[in-house]
Design a protein around this ligand. Structure first.
Ligand code: FA5
Ligand code: MG
Length: 454
C-alpha cells in the first residue's frame, strides 16, 4: 500500500545526527516535520518541567550506585530497539505503522530500553551497580491531549552480583539492602502475585529460583514506591495542600508482559479518582543479561513516562504545552520548585469532520496493525492518517477522534468519519485559517492515501 511502503517525497536522501549520516530507503517513514524534535532535549532544558521531573526522580538514585545517561542519541539499530530485547519478529511494535524507521536497519528509539544491553555491558567499567537513562522516544500514535509522537522516558536498572555466593546469601543480601531503604508513603491497594506458575506470562525465569525472583521483585517494588511517594508528595505541596502531602498515595501493582522481563509489572496510581499507568518494570530476563556480559548477575529494570508524571505533578492539561515556547507556560517553572500550573485562558475549539471511503483491494495490512481503529482489512492505518493531520495542522490540532464507521450493505465498502478538533494553545484561530487546514487535509488524503472523500 502506498501510504505504508513509499518514503515521503520530500524526505532527504540522508539524515545526519550526532555526526553520523544515515541513508534513507523505502523503509523510511519519518516526516520532515519531526526532524527539529530530535535536537530539542526538553529533559535537559533548564527549568523545563520535563527536566525538573527528571531531576526530582534522579535525586532518589545515588550517583555512587547509579550511572546517569542523559545524552544518548535517538537513532538506534533495529537490533538495539527490538532484536536483542527478545521482541518476536512479528511483534506489532516493529511495524512501520507504529515505529519511525530511518531506514530498514535503523529506527528512532521507541523506548529507552533500546540502551539496556549496551549499558549493562559497561557497568563494571563505570564502577556502578545500576543506571538511569533519560531520553526522548518516538512513536507513531493517536492525536489527543496525552499523546505526542515524541515523549520522554526514564529507564532504570539495578543488578546484584551472584558471584561466589549461594542463592541463600544472595537473597539475604538483597533483602538486607531493601531493609535499609526508607519506607514509602504509599498504600498498596491491590497487588498481583509476584509470580505465577502455569499459563500466565508472569513467571520466574529459567535459572532464577523463586526466592531470588521474589527478592529482586520486592526490591524493585520498594524502589518504585519510593519514586511515587516522592513525586506525589511534591505534587500535593505544589497544590498548597500540606495535609494531602502527608497522605498515602494509593497505588496498585498489575501484572504485565514485556519480552525482556519476567515476571513483569505495571504500576498504577490513583489520581483524581482515576487509575493511571505510570511505568512498566520487571525482573530482567537472564538471556539478555548473558548477552550483555552479565552472566553472573540478576536484577531489575523499569521504564517510566516523564510527561505522564509531569502532567500529574504540575497539573498540566495538554501534552502540547511541553513543546510550547509561550512564556506564560515556561515562566511558571523558572524557580525549579514544583508549583501547580496555572492554566492560561483556553482559546475556542473548532471541530471539522472528514468522511471517506477506504480504498478497496489494497492488499493485507502491515504486520499486526495494532491501534488501527478502522479498516485494517483494507490496509488503512489510522496512524498514517494521524500523521497526515499532524503534518498539516501541527500543534494546532488538539485531538482527532473516529466518530463513525459504516459498511455499505450492498457493496461491502467501508466508510469512516473522523472529527478533528482544531485549537491553538496561544491564540484564537480564524475560520479561514481552519478551513484552509481542513482543505489541505482533504486533498492530501486523496493524494497520499488514495481514499475517496465523501
Ligand atoms: C515500555 O516502553 C518499556 N520499555 C518499559 C519497561 C522498561 C518495561 C524496563 C520493563 C523494563 P510502555 O510502552 O508501557 O513500556 O511505556 C512505559 C511508560 O511510558 C508508560 O507507562 C507511560 O508512562 C509512558 N508512555 C508510553 N506511551 C506513552 C505516550 N504515548 N505518551 C506519553 N507517555 C507514554
Ligand atoms: Mg504500558
Amino acid at each position: 500500500s502506498r501510504s505504508s511502503s513509499q518514503p515521503l517525497p520530500d524526505l532527504p536522501n540522508t539524515l545526519t545526527l550526532a555526526n553520523i549520516t544515515h541513508n534513507t530507503d523505502t523503509h523510511t517513514n519519518i516526516p520532515p516535520t519531526l526532524l527539529p524534535y530530535l535536537t530539542r532535549n526538553l529533559h535537559l532544558t533548564p527549568n523545563h518541567p520535563i527536566s525538573n521531573t527528571r531531576l526530582i526522580i534522579e535525586s532518589l538514585f545515588p550517583s555512587s550506585t547509579f550511572a546517569k545517561y542523559n545524552t544518548l542519541p535517538p537513532i538506534v539499530t533495529v537490533a538495539q530497539n527490538f532484536d536483542c530485547l527478545g521482541f518476536p519478529s512479528d511483534h506489532v511494535g516493529r511495524s512501520r505503522s507504529d515505529t519511525y524507521y530511518v531506514n530498514k536497519y535503523t529506527v528512532l528509539r521507541t523506548h529507552t530500553s533500546a540502551h539496556q544491553a549496551e549499558k549493562f555491558r559497561t557497568l563494571e567499567r563505570e564502577g556502578k551497580e545500576g543506571y538511569l537513562i533519560s531520553a526522548d522516544v518516538y512513536r507513531r500514535d493517536a492525536i489527543d491531549r496525552s499523546h505526542y509522537p515524541v515523549f520522554h522516558q526514564m529507564e532504570g536498572a539495578r543488578l546484584f552480583s551472584r558471584r561466589d555466593k549461594t542463592s541463600g546469601q544472595l537473597v539475604d543480601e538483597i533483602l538486607k539492602d531493601l531493609e535499609g531503604m526508607p519506607v514509602p508513603n504509599v498504600e498498596v491497594v491491590e497487588s498481583c502475585k509476584l509470580f505465577e506458575e502455569g499459563e500466565n506470562p508472569v513467571q520466574v525465569e529459567k535459572g532464577h529460583s523463586v526466592e531470588e525472583a521474589v527478592a529482586v521483585g520486592k526490591h524493585l517494588q520498594r524502589q518504585l514506591e519510593l519514586v511515587v511517594s516522592k513525586v506525589f508528595s511534591e505534587a500535593a505541596l505544589a497544590a498548597g495542600d500540606s495535609v494531602a502531602a502527608k497522605e498515602k498515595v494509593k497505588v496498585r501493582w498489575v501484572s504485565a508482559y514485556f519480552p525482556f522481563t519476567s515476571p513483569s509489572y505495571e504500576l498504577e496510581v490513583l489520581w483524581n479518582g482515576e487509575w493511571l499507568e505510570i511505568l512498566g518494570c520487571g525482573v530482567i530476563r537472564q538471556n539478555l543479561l548473558d548477552y550483555a556480559g552479565q552472566k553472573e548477575s540478576i536484577g531489575w529494570a523499569f521504564g517510566l513516562g516523564l510527561e505522564r508524571i509531569a502532567m500529574l505533578m504540575y497539573g498540566i492539561p495538554d501534552i502540547r504545552l511541553f513543546w510550547s515556547g509561550d512564556e506564560r507556560f515556561l515562566e511558571q517553572f523558572k524557580e525549579g520548585v514544583v508549583k501547580r500550573f496555572e492554566p492560561f485562558s483556553k482559546y475556542p475549539q473548532c471541530f471539522k469532520d472528514v468522511a471517506f471511503w477506504l480504498a478497496e483491494g489494497r492488499g493485507a495490512a502491515a504486520a499486526g496493525g495494532a491501534g488501527v481503529a478502522a479498516g485494517t482489512e483494507e490496509g488503512f492505518h489510522e496512524n498514517d492518517f494521524m500523521e497526515l493531520v499532524r503534518g498539516v495542522g501541527g500543534d494546532l490540532v488538539e485531538d482527532v477522534k473516529l466518530i463513525d464507521e459504516f459498511t455499505h450493505p450492498k457493496t461491502g465498502r467501508k466508510s469512516v468519519c473522523y472529527r478533528i478538533n482544531y485549537r491553538s494553545l496561544e491564540r484564537t484561530l480564524t475560520n479561514e485559517e481552519v478551513d484552509e487546514l481542513q482543505n489541505k487535509v482533504r486533498s492530501q488524503l486523496e493524494e497520499k492515501m488514495g481514499v475517496q472523500l465523501r
